[in-house]
Design a binder for this molecule. Structure first.
Ligand SMILES: Cc1cc2nc3c(=O)[nH]c(=O)nc-3n(C[C@H](O)[C@H](O)[C@H](O)COP(=O)(O)O)c2cc1C
Length: 207
């Protein structure tokens, strides 16, 4: 793990696959952490991690892991206050960004182009460079501001991906539910062979 510094501001290297992973203060920190674990296992993708202050609260509450445990899962860790980081510039090539989970506050910042911390700035850059931005938005129920913000991000090219569990694959555990969602998200980045099996269809349906 490197701690980002101005010295790490490399020029764009398109050959290097890179993903920005942000964890914000919605429930479901496990999605971001599992995303990092799966990317590490796959290999070949440099991960840039961002965690908001509320994200840390939730990680500690829900997963009981330390900062060191989390940082060890990423290649580069950025402070959300470091708006001078590599990933704050479109000239630093990435494959895109995943916010997992994404709070309604971060969704609002992205929807309104606020760039008020490095998470919102990196998302803004991802959208302006027409790269893939996936937000695992988590709240229930939604109010009209949430729905309008999701529409705005979709209109700008982002993908709204609420981490809703699927049951058609008959998951036996929470881990399997989380893995399924993580795999579907990473499939959006065409990372290696499909991680989640394609739906084989229901035999005899429609007869
Ligand atoms: C235990 C806990 C769970 C929370 N769950 C959610 C949630 O599911 N969705 C959400 O939008 N905000 C949730 N919040 C509120 C956000 O953490 C809060 O709005 C925060 O300002 C978000 O900031 P961030 O986007 O910078 O992480 C939760 C807060 C706490 C303490």
């Amino acid at each position: 793990m490197n701690t980002a510094s101005p010295a790490s501001s490399a020029v764009a290297r398109p050959a290097q696959r890179r993903l920005i992973i942000a964890i914000t203060g919605a429930t479901g920190a496990i999605y971001g952490v599992r995303m990092l674990d799966v990317l590490r296992r796959l290999g070949g993708v440099e991960t840039h991690l961002l965690v908001s202050a509320a994200g840390w609260l939730n990680i500690q509450h829900e997963l009981q892991i330390t900062k060191d445990d989390l940082h060890a899962r990423a290649d580069v860790v950025h402070s959300v206050r470091d708006v001078g980081a590599t990933i704050a510039s479109g000239s630093f090539a990435t494959d895109g960004m995943i916010v997992a989970p994404c709070s309604m506050k971060t969704l609002a910042s992205v929807a309104h182009g606020l760039s008020d911390n490095l998470i919102a700035r990196a998302a803004d850059v991802t959208l302006k460079e027409r790269r893939r931005l996936v937000l695992l938005v988590r709240e229930t129920p939604f109010n009209l501001a949430h729905l309008r913000n999701m529409t705005a991000v979709t209109e700008m090219g982002g993908v709204i991906f609420p981490p809703l569990p699927a049951f058609y694959n008959q998951p036996a555990s929470i881990d399997e539910m989380v893995d399924h969602t993580v795999a579907r998200v990473l499939d959006l980045f065409a990372l290696g062979p499909a991680l989640s099996p394609a739906w084989p269809g229901l035999r005899g349906s429609g007869e």
